[in-house]
Design a protein around this ligand. Structure first.
Ligand code: CO8
Length: 250
């Protein structure tokens, strides 16, 4: 891998965007590597994924502006589709994906974090959708996922102004789950990831699907889906063993 570094600690996998000199901006190479990694993660024994950026300054400063400055609509569509493929894989993966936002998360960088299930940030993080300052609208799901996470008024404020917000402001609008010091962000994220990895990955996967589907469906359908999914959990050995252990302990 040229652009992404993959480290494994038992069932926790950390993916680091490794383009520090360009503030981890995502070119097509980054996208391709993400796709090949997530193709493997769909099948392997990993349980929790962490995504972060290399260096102290950026999670990712977004799509590669140098590349975009020279393309037309056809290439732009391909670039957007590639980005969507990555973000959809993250969202559909039946395992939790945590963004450790260690600095700038702008444009596509913010959109990458939005596709993750949980977002932790360092105190120095700055998030934003500055696309309109470059003459484009958000193109990697920013208008849709941001809307669903923070609501239309806040999404429009961020997208129309292109302003960068602090980790604290992002936390206040529910965009960030927790804030840590820069020094402790990764260790705290790993500790949290370990906790998730000890829980039932089947139950977490099905819960992730239910919450994601729930955002796009009516309450009645979402609740029906929950009932059937809940019943399916009773078909696993994992559930049997976890409940048996609890009962026997007593
Ligand atoms: N793309 C390419 N290179 C970048 C990017 C980027 N997004 N961001 C920073 N860099 C490069 C700089 O050019 C510079 O390179 P070099 O040293 O070779 O000149 C290096 O990274 C360091 O950057 P700066 O010198 O600018 O660092 P500063 O500390 O002065 O500023 C900022 C940091 C404020 C983050 C600044 O770099 C910045 O504003 N970057 C651009 C942020 C931005 O606008 N991002 C949104 C891009 S658009 C987008 O993501 C669209 C997503 C949807 C795409 C849909 C597909 C078509």
């Amino acid at each position: 891998m040229q652009y992404l570094k993959v480290e494994r600690d038992e069932e926790v996998v950390q993916i680091t965007i490794n383009r520090q000199d360009k503030l981890n901006a995502m070119n097509l190479g980054v996208m391709d590597e993400f796709i090949s990694i997530f193709d493997n993660l769909e099948k392997d024994s990993s349980k929790v994924i962490i995504i972060t950026g290399d260096g102290p300054k950026a999670f990712s400063a977004g799509a590669d502006i140098e590349y975009m400055s020279n393309i037309g609509p056809t290439e732009a569509e391909k670039y957007a589709l590639r980005g969507h493929e990555v973000l959809n894989k993250i969202e559909k993966l039946e395992k939790p994906v945590i963004a450790a936002v260690n600095g700038y998360a702008l444009g596509g960088g913010c959109e990458l974090a939005l596709a993750c299930d949980i977002r932790f940030a360092s105190h120095n993080a700055q998030l934003g959708q500055p696309e309109v300052t470059l003459g484009i609208c958000p193109g990697w799901g920013g208008t849709q996922r941001l809307l669903r996470i923070v609501g239309p008024a806040r999404a429009k404020d961020l997208i129309f102004s292109g302003r960068k917000i602090t980790a604290e402001e992002a936390f206040s609008m529910g965009l960030i789950n927790r804030i840590f010091s820069s020094d402790s962000l990764l260790s705290e994220t790993r500790t949290y990831a370990k906790i998730l990895s000890k829980n039932s990955n089947f139950a977490i996967g099905i819960s992730k699907m239910l919450v994601n589907r729930g955002m796009d469906t009516n309450l009645d359908t979402g609740l029906k889906l929950e009932i059937y999914s809940w019943a399916v959990c009773f078909s696993t050995k994992d559930r049997e063993e976890r409940m048996r252990k609890f009962v026997e302990k007593k």
